[in-house]
Design a protein around this ligand. Structure first.
Ligand code: ZN
Length: 457
């Protein structure tokens, strides 16, 4: 470490500095039980404390890795023994809710679920939702521009933010706590930091955009024979639901069979012979939404875009349908897995998945590959199990999944970010000029390179 631990002691307030055994008692991440590696962990309570910590670290060229809920999937929060960890866990206040302006002002360390619940108590909705909601923090969601299950309706994390407060590497507090939907007074600086994975600044507070709480929620699972049918179904329901389509998730047959197999503990709501399963949801406001939803699905069946359908008749049935889509853990029953998050045009999906399977089958004849995801957003997740996951195997599997994306203009990251794991593949999705511009921004905002060193670029 480049500075004396004693110098940090007074900066994060009472109980704000963890070293030695206190530090070693903490896990490196939600998915990583190993003890955290770091020279020290700081737990500031205020923006002013964050500013003082960064100013000192900048002066000493000391690397700082910001930690939220540690639920990321690409190693973006990974540390070395020399790093100082800046945890936002004690910056966890919801400061204000404005029900008429439909905003919520929060500190970065508030868990996503707490934001959702506070919004619901005020009769409103915070429109970001993902499986890690109980552990992930709003600061982490914004730093990684998280996606999730309702992007087709409300957009990514980026679109749920009106204002942001960020501390720059040199300790400058950049406060852009805007409350307005429209503000074209020159550059919208907050967008620079959303999705920057802690490499350009530390997010300390935010003004979140809230929406009216939907008055109805209709959920159905449909079985389709062809991907072309799935696309027709998507266009049909989006058009007929008049802006209330909330989710459009698809599971390929292998994934559906896995999550409804006897050992999964879940029963199959539809037969297992369809090639694709669509989980779709409408978030409406009217009393007759249920009947309308049913009629729209009947039209789809009549047109042949879906072969079978089941509509959730209760909250419990809805949860059971979502539990299938969320039961990614079942893939662990076939040994170590490698998880992917890619983005591509819907019209390329069928050929892309066939290409990936062909390459995997050639290299690993025994592979298990499951495909599912947010098809309505052009975002697929692939989980691949080939029996082991050594570095060289992982590299070959990554080649099979990532390389076919380049020629079709796809992205190696739809919603998980780049972190460390996807860094070698960034060039497939971003041009040299794009990457050079990112480097210029990094140099301008963090010339000493102290923020989340080695990540993303
Ligand atoms: Zn996802």
């Amino acid at each position: 470490m480049n500075l004396n631990v004693k110098d940090l002691e007074s900066l994060a307030g009472e109980g704000g500095l963890l070293v030695g055994d206190d530090l070693a008692a903490r896990a490196a991440g939600i998915w990583d039980p190993e003890p955290i590696r770091a020279a020290a962990l700081l737990r500031p309570r205020t923006t002013a404390q964050v500013a003082r910590i960064l100013a000192l670290c900048n002066e000493h060229r000391q690397g700082v890795v910001t930690h939220g809920g540690l639920t990321g999937l690409v190693g973006g929060a990974r540390t070395t023994a020399d790093d100082v960890v800046l945890s936002t866990e004690r910056m966890n206040d919801i400061e204000a809710i404005d029900p008429d302006g439909r905003t919520m002002t929060v500190q970065a360390g508030v868990p996503l679920q707490k934001v959702q619940e506070a919004a619901a108590e005020a009769g409103l909705k915070f429109a970001l939702d993902l499986g890690a909601r109980g552990s992930c923090t709003i600061g982490g969601n914004l730093a990684t521009n998280a996606g999730g299950n309702q992007v087709i309706r409300y957009g990514m994390a980026r679109e749920q933010v009106l204002g942001l407060e960020v501390v720059l590497a040199d300790g400058t507090v950049l406060s852009s706590m805007n409350h307005m939907i429209k503000n074209n007074a020159a550059l919208d600086l907050k967008q620079l930091f959303i999705g920057s994975e802690g490499t350009l600044g530390v997010i300390t507070r935010a003004v979140l955009r809230l929406r009216e709480l939907p008055g109805s929620r209709e959920t159905a699972l449909l079985g389709c024979a062809r991907l072309d049918d799935v696309v027709c179904l998507l266009k049909h329901v989006d058009r007929r639901l008049g802006g209330t389509l909330g989710s459009f998730e698809v599971m390929w047959q292998e994934f559906y069979r896995l999550v409804t197999s006897p050992s999964s503990g879940s029963s199959a709501p539809l037969g297992s012979d369809h090639d694709y399963y669509v989980l779709l949801e409408s978030l409406g406001g009217g009393d007759d939404d249920g009947a309308r939803f049913e009629a729209i699905l009947a039209e789809a069946l009549e047109q042949g875009w879906a072969a079978d359908a089941v509509i959730a008749a209760s909250g419990r049935e809805r949860d059971a349908l979502w539990a299938l889509r969320d039961d990614v853990e079942q893939t662990n029953s076939h040994g170590p897995t490698i998880t992917f998050d890619v983005s591509l045009r819907i019209s390329d999906m069928e050929r892309y998945v066939a290409k990936v399977r062909e390459r995997l089958d050639a290299a690993f004849p025994e592979n298990h590959t499951w495909v599912f995801g947010h098809l309505g957003d052009g975002n697929l997740h692939l989980v691949v199990a080939v029996g082991e996951d050594s570095a060289s195997t992982r590299r070959r599997v990554e080649e099979a999944v990532y390389e076919p994306l380049q020629s079709i203009g796809g992205s190696v990251s739809a919603e998980h970010g780049i972190g460390l794991e996807k860094k070698p593949w960034l060039h497939l999705s971003r041009s040299p000029a794009e990457i050079d511009t990112m480097r210029r921004l990094k140099r301008a905002l963090d010339p000493a390179g102290i923020l989340n060193p080695g990540k993303m670029l």
